[in-house]
Design a protein around this ligand. Structure first.
Ligand code: BGC
Ligand code: NOJ
Length: 814
């Protein structure tokens, strides 16, 4: 069953009924001002940091889940009947409801009793504000007297404090109203120099800023007293709960259209110019007023929207493919790339599954995210890399997370996730291959943001690498620390106290438990850092990295191989995990995928054997589960992984993040059918037809799909903010379609299904547009390339002569 359809032409997903199984959301904003918006206009906004600079409220764990948002109420002033054109919160039986989620905007349209309403929500580029562009049309045969009310509920900035510290917060709310603009200025009188504002293009019949005055006592968002009455009360919030609501009255003739623009913004003033007059407590509006005036003008609003469209055309234009599979095309050309930008902007902070008050930017996560977005915004990737590296500790280890607003490592979580440092090497390598910008390696970057500690970025990579060499366990494999990629395999935790954090509790010394996964990651990192060293003229150093990598590979062969697949780890008693010797958790996906991806076993047949074992033991029609058999009870020595009921999350759920490791491994092993088959099993577009089972958005990946041990096998959860986005994008674009940036050019080495007769792609790479046509001439994966009509040796297209910006590549595959 479906709840909508893809409008491929317009790069939109169109939802045709409001009661989707879960809120199906989109993101607004792509620079500093952000919001999440659901298909019923739910969600909230923030400036840079969802926790520390929240502009509007989100309520967690609410029923229904998606309540509170960017609401508009319409009222027929003759009959007194009122409704929400976004369905929520009044939930009337709308006619012709559609929600179009597009690239950085969402348009919700509906009709009720002959009144059509369509609201386009978006954040203009280079501004810290959002626009709600409401178009009303009277489709009746008689004039219609209509009231429109807008509604936002302000958050008192720190979202965590806002949702807990009521004894203070119910007394501090402050607003100002000036020139019909509502200013939210809680705490501005003391240490904040920012405020929010909410303006409307049309003259107001009234306004409200106090929640209770708008709603009336004991009422919810579904029947505000002001709307029911047809009159706002011009309330001024003093404490309690500041809101912003405008009331506009109109009369529409039959067939008449009218547009109202509501604008919600965030603004900062210089510290010494906060008030006007300076000795007053009145917000200085000198710098914000021109911004407000700009967007009260509808022509500017339309121009801003066109600019946003052009921006996305530019980003998505970096890689476009036409293949025999529509689901591949949709994800590559639009949605997967778009999701990669969301993970870049949000990391794992704000979605319907991430509260925005929990996690900041993860070191591991954000480095991996680079694989998916570096080609679209290379300058911002550069900045992100430098920010991440500055949270690295002098030991080479890293803070596991940092807050985007302060860019400082998060002490609550700390470090010691022993895979973390290597992702920096992987991320930097991806950046270098894409951009060729070697200057980044010389950038001075502090350790732990400590003044005076700066070293060139390259030194950070060195320390990342050495971090593992200094932390090897009894078998010569890397010690796992708190956890590796699998945050829930907590082998030094041994927690028997309810509620204790698995992520931060460490009850063991950590000198025994080892990770075969980190070993695989280390082997890959060794190859990457060696290639970088080699190109920097450090041949000796490069040799040493390769030698360390080769030693680790040998160790994996000796102690990381179980006969038919790679072992996962050794626990604190040096017992194997992920081995046939175990009763549960005999085989894990991570090491099968990652060891092969690092090149281990490709020559001696073990890679093929490991991948066959994946197919035999882990593959389901909904994707590849994380391990089997699922843990049926809690194991003190394993930690959080066994805390989940079987089939969910890390306990044998289908973790969509590491499915692409197997997909890439299959491509490396030369099996395009297997690779694309696994790719399709979790491709959200390919799962659209089972939306009632999948339940999450059909246009973006979810972190997890319930595994075969779960009673809800096939049900997705935790959509949007997941490493799944980058890894799937990387797998399909670089390994299946095989168009891969390398230091010396663009490699073209597709490993596609045998039945594909070919495909076409356009790839922009270092300022050059490559138009690539692949034609199958035989069964295999061998390629012969013709570049601008001339055959070349090998599979790497070298950069063209200076000044040339268009290159045509014909590929014979077989
Ligand atoms: C989740 C993991 C996640 C970790 C982050 C755990 O509860 O299962 O997927 O990586 O929290 O802190
Ligand atoms: C989600 C986390 O964000 C990521 O860092 C981790 O690798 C996976 N879960 C697996 O535990």
């Amino acid at each position: 069953m479906r709840y909508g359809y893809f409008d491929d032409q317009n790069r939109e997903y169109v939802i045709t009924q409001p009661d989707t199984p879960l809120p199906w959301i989109n993101y607004l904003g792509c620079q500093a001002y952000f919001g999440i918006i659901s298909n019923t206009a739910g969600g909230y906004s923030f400036y840079r940091d969802a926790r520390l600079r929240r502009i509007t409220r989100g309520r967690y764990n609410n029923v229904p889940l998606d309540e509170g948002g960017r609401y508009i109420y319409l009222r027929d002033d003759e009959s007194g009947e009122y409704w929400s054109p976004s369905w929520m919160p009044t939930c009337r039986d709308l006619e012709q409801y559609t929600c179009r989620h597009g690239m950085g905007y969402t348009t919700i349209g509906s009709k009720y009793r002959g009144i059509s309403a369509s609201t386009r929500y978006f954040v203009p580029l280079d501004e810290t504000l959002e626009i709600w562009q409401l178009t009303l049309r009277n489709d009746r045969l008689t004039p219609a007297a209509i009231s429109a009310f807008s509604l936002v509920e302000f958050c008192l900035w720190d979202a965590q404090d806002d949702s807990t510290n009521f004894q203070r917060n119910l007394s501090i709310g402050q607003v100002e109203i000036d020139d019909e603009v509502i200013y939210h200025k809680t705490e501005y009188r003391e240490r904040r120099d920012h405020f929010a504002w909410f303006a409307c293009s049309d003259p107001l019949a009234g306004f409200d800023t106090q929640r209770e005055a708008f709603l009336g006592p004991w009422r919810g968002w579904d029947k505000p007293a002001a709307v029911e009455r047809g009159n706002a009360s011009n309330s001024h919030a003093h404490g309690w709960s500041p809101i912003g609501s405008h009331h506009v009255k109109l009369v529409l003739q039959p067939g008449e259209t009218h547009q109202i623009v509501f604008v919600l913004g965030y603004h900062e003033n210089a510290k010494d110019q906060k008030f006007d007059p300076p000795d007053s407590q009145i917000v200085n509006k000198k710098t914000v007023k021109p911004v407000i005036a700009r967007y009260r003008n509808k022509a500017n609003v339309d121009a801003a929207f066109e600019k946003l469209r052009a921006y996305w055309d530019g980003l998505l234009g970096v890689y476009q493919a036409t293949t025999p599979d529509i689901h591949t095309d949709r994800m590559v050309n639009v949605w997967n790339a778009y999701q990669c930008m969301a993970t870049f902007n949000m990391s794992r902070s704000a979605s319907f599954y991430e509260s925005g008050i929990g996690r900041g930017l993860g070191f591991r996560d954000s480095n991996q995210d680079l694989l998916g977005f570096v080609q679209m915004v290379p300058e911002r990737a550069r900045e992100r890399i430098l920010d991440l590296a500055a949270t690295q500790l002098p030991t080479g280890g890293a803070y596991h997370q940092y807050q985007p607003l302060t860019k400082k490592g998060n002490n609550d979580i700390g470090g010691n996730f022993n895979d973390d440092p290597h992702w920096l090497i992987i991320g930097v390598a991806a950046y270098l291959k894409e951009t060729g910008d070697w200057s980044i390696l010389g950038e001075p970057v502090e350790f732990d943001n400590q003044p005076g500690s700066a070293q060139p970025l390259y030194e950070h990579l060195r320390r990342s690498f050495h971090y593992t060499l200094e932390r090897l366990g009894p078998h010569g494999l890397p010690l796992i620390g708190r956890a590796d990629w699998n945050d829930c395999l907590n082998l030094n935790c041994f927690s028997d106290t309810p509620g204790q954090s698995f992520q931060t509790t460490t009850n063991k010394e950590g000198k025994v438990a080892e990770s075969v996964f980190i070993a695989g990651l280390f082997v890959l990192a060794a190859k990457e850092i060696a290639a970088i060293a080699q190109r920097r003229g450090l041949a000796e150093e490069a040799k040493n990295y390769l030698a360390s990598g080769a030693r680790m590979e040998e160790t994996v062969r000796q102690h990381g191989w179980d006969g038919e697949w790679f072992i996962r780890a050794y626990d604190d008693s040096s017992q194997k995990i992920g081995s046939k010797e175990n009763a549960e958790g005999k085989i894990f996906i991570e090491t099968q995928g990652f060891c092969v991806l690092a090149g281990i076993g490709l020559e001696d047949g073990r890679a093929r054997q490991a991948l066959d074992s994946v197919r035999k033991h882990l593959a389901t029609p909904h994707g590849i589960v994380l391990q089997q058999p699922a843990y049926s009870r809690y194991y003190l020595n394993l930690g959080e992984i066994s805390s989940y009921p079987p089939g969910y999350k890390e306990n044998a759920g289908i973790f969509c993040h590491n499915n692409p490791w197997v997909i890439i491994a299959e491509a490396m092993a030369g099996d395009g059918d297997n690779a694309h088959d696994y790719y399709s099993r979790i491709n959200p577009s390919a799962r659209e037809r089972i939306s009632d089972v999948h339940r999450c958005e059909p246009y973006v990946y979810a972190q997890m799909i319930a595994g075969r041990d779960a009673p809800t096998h096939g049900e997705a959860k935790n959509s949007w903010l997941t490493g799944t986005a980058a890894w799937n994008y990387y797998a399909i674009t670089q390994w299946i379609l095989g168009i891969r940036p390398e230091y010396d050019g663009l490699r073209i080495a597709p490993v596609v299904p045998e039945r594909w007769q070919g495909f076409e792609a356009v790839r922009k790479f270092r300022g050059v547009t490559y138009r690539i046509t692949v034609r199958r001439a035989g069964k295999g994966n061998g390629v012969s390339l013709t570049v601008d009509g001339k055959p070349i040796e090998g599979a790497v297209v070298p950069p063209p002569a200076a000044g040339k910006t268009e290159v045509t590549v014909e590929v014979r595959l077989g």
